[in-house]
Structure formats: C-alpha cells, structure tokens
Ligand binder design. Structure first.
Ligand SMILES: Nc1ncnc2c1ncn2[C@@H]1O[C@H](COP(=O)(O)OP(=O)(O)OP(=O)(O)O)[C@@H](O)[C@H]1O
Length: 273
C-alpha cells in the first residue's frame, strides 16, 4: 500500500482504500476562449474507484486527458505518488504506470485479440527488435513473461474463446472488454476508463461493471472513470466528482452526491442534451 498517508480505511464491502495517489490542484484548461476546466481540485486514493461524471460538455474528457498527459493545463498542478508531475508526454505518463481506454475504441481491427492485448505490454518491454536479434535468450525470456501476463488477463476477462479472432469481427461490448484487457496488460497503478459503458446494451453494461469491480478487487488497481450515465457509476464508485460547465459542483460518496442540491439542479434536473 501507499506510505504517503496513514489515513487508509476499509469499505463496507471489505476493500482497503489507501492514501492519496493522485492530486489535481486548481486545474484550469482553456481552448482559446472556451474554458473547459475551471479551477478544479480533487484527489484519487489508492485502491478506490473514482468517477467523474457530468452532462455533455461538462469537461470530463478534458479532465481525463489532463490526467493522462494528453492535455497540459494552463494553470494548476498534477501530483502523482507524492511528486509534482513536470510537463510530460503521454507515453512518459504511461511509463509512470497510468493506462487508459478510449471512448471511441482504439484497437487494431486487423490484429487478433491476443496481439492487441500484447501491444499493452509495450511500455514494459525492455528489449527491442535489434537486441532481440542480438541477445536471443533474454528476449525469449521476456517474451514468455509477457505472454504469461497476457494469458492471465485473457482468463480473467473470460475472452479465451476469442483470443485468435481479429478484433474487427467482434461485437461492440467485447471490443470494449479487449480494450480493458490491453490497458490491464500494462499492469497500471492507475487505470483510466473513458466512458467504459458508452454505447452498450444493458447486459453489456452489467458485464463491464462486474469486470471493473473484479479488476479493482483482484489486482487492487486504482480506477478513475468518466461517465455520462450517472446510474451506472453510482453502484460502482467509492467517490464521485461531478462537473458541469467546466466547474466542480459536487464531490463525495454516491449518496452524498445524490443528495447534493447543486447536482440535482444542474445534472439531474436540467437536460443538457
Ligand atoms: N480540443 C478541443 N478544442 C476546443 N474545444 C474543446 C476541445 N475539447 C473540448 N473542448 C470544449 O471543452 C468543453 C468540455 O468538453 P469535454 O469534451 O471535456 O466535455 P465532456 O464532459 O467530456 O463532454 P461529453 O460528455 O459530451 O464527452 C466543451 O465546451 C468542448 O466543446
């Protein structure tokens, strides 16, 4: 567990939530005249499932992109595992142990499920092609390790029967599961999920919810997800940040957020679609 903060606690369902692993401090992000994020602060604790919700255009994707290093905010600081993060490229952020999925599935359609998941190991591969040619033994050992880890994830997410299938042939819900598998292959400390249930039918949503909970429980992975559908995340999350028009209007447990009048007015009470 994290040694930065002693204030860990055990959830009613028996999971241990540790200290703060990521802290967003006074983040402001502008696109020209549009202020997508206005002075928002919140934290993510080790082992928790943290949701960021809000209606269309609230700034959720922008926030996820700040966390994953795709966007650099004009103001504010990002702290990860006790250090202030300097300006970093997304692959450097990934190298710190932050993996993500995308709202619009970003897989290689022509490649098999197995090979797609293997691409998730890239940040962990020490030997490149040249050294594989020169130093076969070590490269082979590494390859075996990567395969073992990938097979473990394939079993865990119950996708053994499609491991050789080209991703392009899979139904939507399974593609999303493969994307989750690829992100897990990086053995992330923090897993970011970009609208993991978007476009799914009820059964696919239930499956995805179960897998998110299982990943968190089995691997202890800290998870931050953004989601438009409030109902879905309320059952999943330990704590929820609510955004509206770039501002944070609520932050707390699902029950606290549900009872927050600003959230009811802005998110539940007023349709923005
Ligand atoms: N690359 C960009 N260039 C210009 N404006 C942008 C860009 N990305 C987001 N915005 C604007 O920033 C605001 C927040 O958008 P963002 O996509 O973060 O919201 P969101 O809550 O994720 O919305 P949705 O639920 O519709 O995906 C919107 O006004 C949007 O038009």
């Amino acid at each position: 567990m994290n040694d930065m903060s002693p204030d860990s606690y055990v959830t009613p369902d028996g999971r241990t939530i540790g200290g703060v692993v990521m802290e967003m401090k006074n983040i402001t992000l502008r696109f020209g005249g549009v202020v997508a994020i206005k002075d928002i602060s919140f934290d993510i604790r080790e082992g928790e499932i943290r949701a960021i919700i809000g209606p269309n255009g609230a700034g959720k994707s922008s926030m996820l992109n700040v966390i994953s290093g795709f966007y650099v905010p004009q103001e504010g600081e990002v702290w990860f595992r006790g250090s202030k993060r300097p300006q970093m490229k997304p692959y450097e952020v990934a190298g710190q142990g932050i993996a993500r999925t995308f709202q619009n599935i970003a897989l290689f359609d022509g490649m098999s499920v197995l090979d797609n998941i293997m691409t998730g190991r890239l940040t962990k591969m020490k030997t490149g092609l040249a050294s594989q040619a020169l130093w076969f033994g070590r490269a082979e050992r590494e390859e075996i390790e990567h395969r073992e880890q990938v097979e473990k994830i394939i079993d865990f997410l119950e996708i053994q029967n499609i491991r050789k299938t080209p991703v392009g042939r899979l139904p939507y819900g399974l593609k999303k599961r493969v994307e989750l598998a690829r992100a897990l292959a990086a053995e992330p400390k923090l897993l970011l999920l970009d609208e993991p249930m978007a476009g799914m039918n009820v059964e696919e949503k239930e499956d995805m919810s179960r897998f998110i909970l299982d990943v968190n429980d089995e691997f202890g992975t800290t998870i931050a997800l953004i989601e438009h559908d409030m109902g879905v995340v309320m059952d999943l999350s330990d704590r929820v940040v609510v955004m509206d028009y770039g501002k944070k209007i609520g932050d707390g447990t699902p029950d606290e957020v549900r009872g927050n009048q600003a959230v009811i007015d802005a998110y539940l009470g007023v349709a923005h679609d």
